[in-house]
Design a binder for this molecule. Structure first.
Ligand SMILES: NC(=O)c1ccc[n+]([C@@H]2O[C@H](COP(=O)([O-])OP(=O)(O)OC[C@H]3O[C@@H](n4cnc5c(N)ncnc54)[C@H](OP(=O)(O)O)[C@@H]3O)[C@@H](O)[C@H]2O)c1
Length: 268
């Protein structure tokens, strides 16, 4: 019998590619996103249900509806967004929205799914972090903070759920061509008069360039599908270019001053 995976944030980008790769690998895929209505479904073998991970009620409804179709052998969490802006000018509300979606969205999903997996005697929980879960870059502080929160939370989660046969995997993608800029708004207070304007423009150009020239999301989807087929999955799966692996290495081993010099030269 086909194994079942629930995938959040599967209406576009890396979530959609991962859902398609898992379907192609024989998984029964139940996908969630805000833009999925409860009406007619495309006939592509993926079941789509509405889901807003920032709403407890929506998360509960999604999990109840999905559980009626099939309980999850795996949960893959891709729902995410970012707001670009300086630390000084990004509003508290903008920080809250990013953390609520990226980090607390996963907390809500896990709180619903863990009891189901415990009762079944196991499961796999995959959480999309980022290279930014490991290092900060300028003007992405809300996003970077949310991804660091996911990294810390996942370490705790993995230790707690091991006795129940539940495995946890962090996916740490580098830049990929997700094909969408719609969840990357500029902070409302950023303007041409900003004291950060020149460096902000340089950094956001670089960020946009890196993403539009990033890696193929199809390949990422297939790598995740292949990894999920394994009996034992790794705790961390970094899917990134050589340069981005190198950036993590520089950040970890060469000290704060060299790291800052390298990153400022690159972005600012
Ligand atoms: N692209 C990259 O280079 C890259 C690099 C590192 C990490 N990542 C991570 O990979 C994941 C996917 O990123 P992406 O680039 O593919 O982004 P994307 O194309 O913008 O897709 C984001 C997905 O999240 C969903 N979403 C947003 N808010 C939601 C909410 N409140 N509830 C439910 N679903 C929500 C969106 O669907 P709806 O609008 O329909 O809800 C969409 O399906 C994110 O976690 C991101 O941080 C991406």
């Amino acid at each position: 019998m086909a194994k079942t995976v629930w995938v959040t944030g599967a209406s576009s980008g890396l979530g959609l590619h991962t859902a398609m790769a898992l379907r192609d690998d024989g998984w029964q895929v139940i996908a969630g996103a805000r833009s999925f209505g409860s009406g007619e479904q495309p006939d592509d073998g993926i079941t789509r249900l509405p889901l807003d991970v920032t709403s407890e009620e929506s998360v509960r409804q999604f999990c109840a509806a999905a559980a009626e179709i099939a309980l999850p052998d795996a949960l893959v969490q891709c729902a995410g967004m970012l707001v670009l802006g300086s630390c000084e000018e990004t509003e508290t509300e903008e920080f809250r929205r990013v953390v609520d979606t990226n980090y607390l969205g996963m907390v809500r999903m896990n709180r619903e799914v863990l009891p189901l997996m415990r009762k079944r005697g196991g499961g796999k929980i995959v959480m999309f972090s980022s290279i930014n879960g490991l290092l900060g870059i300028p003007f992405q502080s809300a996003y970077t903070a949310s991804k660091h929160a996911i990294e810390g939370y996942a370490e705790c989660l993995a230790l707690e759920v091991k006795p129940f046969g539940i495995q946890v995997m962090l996916v740490e993608p580098g830049d990929h061509r997700s094909g969408s800029d719609k969840y990357r708004p500029h902070a409302a207070s950023m303007s041409d008069d900003s004291p950060y304007a020149a460096e902000y423009e340089s950094a956001t150009k670089q960020i946009h360039h890196d993403e539009t020239n990033g890696s193929d999301p199809d390949v990422l989807g297939r790598k995740i599908a292949k990894t999920l087929d394994r009996k034992h999955i790794p705790f961390r799966k970094r899917i990134a270019s050589f340069d981005q692996h190198l950036a993590v290495y520089v950040h970890r081993f060469l000290g704060a001053r060299i790291n800052a010099a390298v990153l400022r030269k690159y972005y600012c």
